[in-house]
Design a protein around this ligand. Structure first.
Ligand code: NAD
Ligand code: UDP
Length: 347
């Protein structure tokens, strides 16, 4: 079993992935500055992983932009079992905020990744799984989207992800031995089925699922559906939602492949290949929680695409991985989390 460094491991996707990796027997060091998370998530990960596993989780509070903080994280691994691989979740992800404050996005997402890669190089660690996003495709010309589609982001968040992807490709060219996976996630939602860990956005959620579940739990009055006149079957936007546990297992599959094969640069979509409309999500959530989700159809949100759906064939072929969980399970598990933790980790 490997010793791994997980950046941003206290966050939504990171916490679920830590749990899956601990269950698989790995040893983890997490570095997180809690900019968008709470230490409580990792406390619960340790609790869910059980007493035998929690001893394999070390947590370092620190910032990936800071070389000394990264040194502390590398030093948290035992001397005879140094960090062999990194899963790099740490970053900022709010599109609107990235438009208002591009310097911060380029700083955390690009400078943070650059510093992380420099520290890895200094420690002779050349295996990394990177959280990229379907945002790098911008407004897709054709769907489903294949990995060969043009990279043409339309906002600073997407530009910063595309830039890190390029940096990783440049590193792979510069020096032999790098094992790199660039994973382009589609729309991660849901929670661990225990309802103990889940997504805890601060302020008003930007994303559909957390907004819907906050309406269901009574924290918000009604959903605004952004556009009812899209060229889709029911007029609302269509996305490829992926259960966060499927996504966590996708990271495990990518890591296993990198560790057992020759050095490579792997780029895959992580999505289901199935499009669901906003109104389909609302109806599924209503039937899960047994409550109506009031909504109003409003103007389209600037920058939105009508339909974004992954072609998941390459992930299946290269990783032997595909999504297994249904929309009903995304709603069931997301609702279990929201209902038991109406105010997230703070409550
Ligand atoms: P999240 O905000 O829940 O997790 C990110 C974590 O990184 C948080 O715990 C945060 O505190 C930490 N962090 C931020 N800046 C840091 C810094 N400078 N140093 C150390 N830690 C720092 O987000 P998430 O949804 O779990 O996303 C994880 C990654 O996946 C991000 O890179 C994101 O861009 C990417 N991604 C997310 C989605 C999505 O819809 N959730 C989609 C595609 C890609
Ligand atoms: N959406 C919506 N109301 C909201 C949030 C999102 O109608 O309050 C729609 C949005 O227009 C898109 C879909 O839900 O069609 C998914 O949006 P989200 O922000 O979750 O993901 P992304 O835009 O990144 O795909």
């Amino acid at each position: 079993m490997a010793q791994l460094l997980i950046t941003g491991g206290a966050g939504f996707i990171g916490s679920h992935t830590c749990l899956v990796l601990l269950a698989a027997g790995h040893h983890l060091v997490v570095i997180d500055n809690y900019d968008n998370s709470s230490p409580e998530s990792l406390r619960r990960v340790a609790e869910l992983a059980g007493p035998g596993a929690s001893g394999r989780l070390a947590v370092v509070e620190g910032d990936i932009r800071n070389a000394a903080d990264l040194e502390r994280a590398f030093a948290a691994a035992p001397a005879d079992q140094p960090i062999e691989g990194v899963i790099h979740f740490a970053g900022l992800k709010a599109v609107g905020e990235s438009v208002r404050d591009p310097l911060r996005y380029w700083d955390v997402n690009l400078s943070g990744s650059r510093q992380l890669l420099a520290s890895m190089q200094a420690h002779g660690c050349r295996t990394i799984v990177f959280s990229s996003s379907c945002t790098v495709y911008g407004l897709p010309e054709t769907v489903p989207i294949r990995e060969t589609a043009p990279i043409q982001p339309i906002n600073p968040y997407g530009h910063s992800k595309a830039a890190v992807e390029q940096l990783l490709a440049d590193l792979a060219t510069s020096e032999q031995g790098w094992r790199i996976a660039r994973l382009r996630y589609f729309n991660p939602v849901g929670a661990h089925p225990s309802g103990r860990i889940g997504e805890d956005p601060s302020g008003i959620p930007n994303n559909l699922f957390p907004f819907v579940s906050q309406v269901a739990v009574g924290r918000r009055e009604r959903l605004q559906v952004f556009g009812g006149d899209w060229p889709t079957p029911d007029g609302s936007g269509v996305r490829d939602y992926i259960h966060v546990m499927d996504l966590a297992e996708g990271h495990q599959a990518a890591l296993d492949k990198l560790m057992k094969e020759a050095p490579q640069l792997l780029t895959v979509n992580l999505g289901s290949g199935r499009g669901l409309s906003v109104l389909e999500v609302v109806r599924a959530f209503e039937s899960t929680c047994g409550r109506p989700i009031p909504y109003t159809i409003v103007e389209r949100r600037p920058g939105d695409a009508a339909i974004t759906v992954a072609d998941p064939a390459l992930a299946s072929e290269r990783l032997g991985w595909r999504t297994r969980r249904s929309l009903a399970e995304m709603c069931r598990d997301g609702w279990a989390w929201q209902n038991a933790n109406p105010t997230g980790y703070g409550g």
